[in-house]
Design a protein. Structure first.
Length: 434
């Protein structure tokens, strides 16, 4: 990922230095296990740990790989340069490259997951705080982009909180599913390496042994992992779209924080654009871009091919780095989002009571009017608001057919905003457990 959309902690997970350090730990722990089992001499296993403080030379490994055309062999050659060729002769005993590559990849995905999970917790804190802050801030709810019925800004934040809380659960489950390792040798039969070596290495790296590998860890695990990231990205876009709509000039119920000295347009000095949430919409597309290739990686030839390798070298870093950045950016947006309650009320009253039409419809049916006739009565008065700019309540109070079923006091009562917010506390207790 380009530095513009990257944060250092997640970038470090995918650095060559980190990768080679994990490769080294896999090989060293495997040597320990084999020495404990009497497969290799203990002094050779101990010798491998002489490199525990070595900073592996990425350029040197690349130089060797240019000749060998094999990345794991290049690394093992470089390791022997530090340990000594005789001392290192038992390194990688009975193992195959995928044992190192797949186990390392899953370690990196687990570490990336830990960062994403913390990111999500930070976002949830921001959403919860803003939800309680605006629990009773009334705004108009919209369906199809059209005024529907009153809701509150707090419920909007609470809705996003509940969605992101589900995403936290998805990330945690994805982390658990990907936290496996395999040290099973060629085609996964353990013919040349004891299963207890795998158990030891996985324990040291915080993984579970893969129940059955075929020289590679099954890629349905990775497909599920990246699918979870794709869902999180879509939820980020869901929130971003709401903010972008709120910031439209003719709506202006909220907007991204506009800092001192910030510029909105190179041509129009008046502009304050929702650039952060537009950026989030684009970043969500990039994360979702990893999902289909991850799905297609599930089907490999027989016990193994490497059609998945080039895909994962890209989507592993790119998807996690991008999502980490996006979660942090969205948290910043929510934390500083400027809300305009007066504009919310003004927008709700823009069509002069029209949004109370369902209450009137239900009242007429409860008064004995058939639903079909009640709908016609309400709609014909509502259309006068749309087409002639009339006031909805005034039209109802002047309609003899409506007055035949409802008293003026009953009609007045149907325009009470509190009716629509009476269960906000119930919803909040469901979402926040309070």
């Amino acid at each position: 990922m380009i530095p513009r959309y990257s944060r250092p902690e997640m970038v470090a997970v995918w650095s060559p230095e980190t990768k080679f350090r994990i490769w080294y730990e896999i090989e060293a722990h495997a040597c320990d296990a084999m020495a404990d089992l009497g497969v290799i001499p203990r002094e050779n296993a101990d010798a491998v740990w002489k490199a525990k403080d070595v900073e592996f030379d990425v350029a040197r490994i690349d130089e060797i790989e240019a000749v060998t055309k094999h990345d794991v062999i290049a690394f093992l050659t470089h390791l022997a340069e530090h340990v000594g060729s005789d001392e290192a002769r038992f390194v990688h005993q009975g193992m195959t490259s995928s044992d190192v590559l797949d186990t390392c990849f899953n370690v990196q995905l687990v570490r990336a997951s830990d960062i994403l999970i913390e990111d999500m917790k930070g976002l949830l804190e921001a959403l919860k705080r803003r939800a309680h802050e605006h629990k009773d801030t009334v705004r108009i709810g919209r369906s199809h982009g059209i005024h529907a019925e009153p809701t509150t800004m707090g419920l909007t934040f609470a809705r996003f909180y509940a969605e992101m809380d589900r995403n936290l659960n998805r990330l945690e489950k994805a982390r658990d599913e990907i936290a496996t390792g395999a040290i099973s040798g060629a085609v996964g039969t353990f013919a040349n390496i004891d299963p207890r070596v795998e158990e030891h290495v996985c324990e040291k790296l915080g993984l579970e042994p893969e129940p059955i590998s075929t020289q590679v860890i099954p890629r349905d695990r990775h497909a599920a992992f990246f699918a979870a990231l794709g869902v999180v990205a879509s939820s980020i876009e869901n929130v971003a779209i709401e903010v972008r709509h709120m910031q439209r000039t003719e709506v202006l119920e909220g907007e991204e924080f506009f800092s001192k000295g910030q510029k909105g347009s190179s041509a129009m000095p008046h502009k304050r654009n929702p650039v952060l949430t537009e950026n989030l919409t684009g970043l969500a597309r990039l994360v979702r871009m990893a999902v289909v290739p991850a799905m297609e990686n599930v089907a490999l030839w027989h016990e193994r091919d490497i059609s998945h390798s080039s895909v994962e070298r890209n989507i592993g870093p790119d998807a996690t780095i991008t999502l980490d950045f996006a979660l942090a950016r969205l948290t910043q947006v929510i934390d500083k989002l400027v809300i305009y309650p007066d504009n919310m009320l003004a927008n709700m009253h823009k069509f002069r009571g029209l949004v109370m039409s369902q209450r009137v419809l239900l009242a007429l049916t409860q008064a004995g009017v058939s639903r079909e006739d009640a709908y016609k009565l309400v709609q014909r008065n509502a259309m006068k608001v749309w087409e002639e700019g009339k006031d909805f309540k005034t039209e109802l109070l002047g309609d003899d057919d409506v007055l035949a079923a409802l008293t003026p006091e009953q009609i007045e009562e149907k325009f009470d905003l509190g009716y629509h917010t009476k269960h906000v506390d119930t919803i909040f207790s469901r979402v926040f457990g309070e």
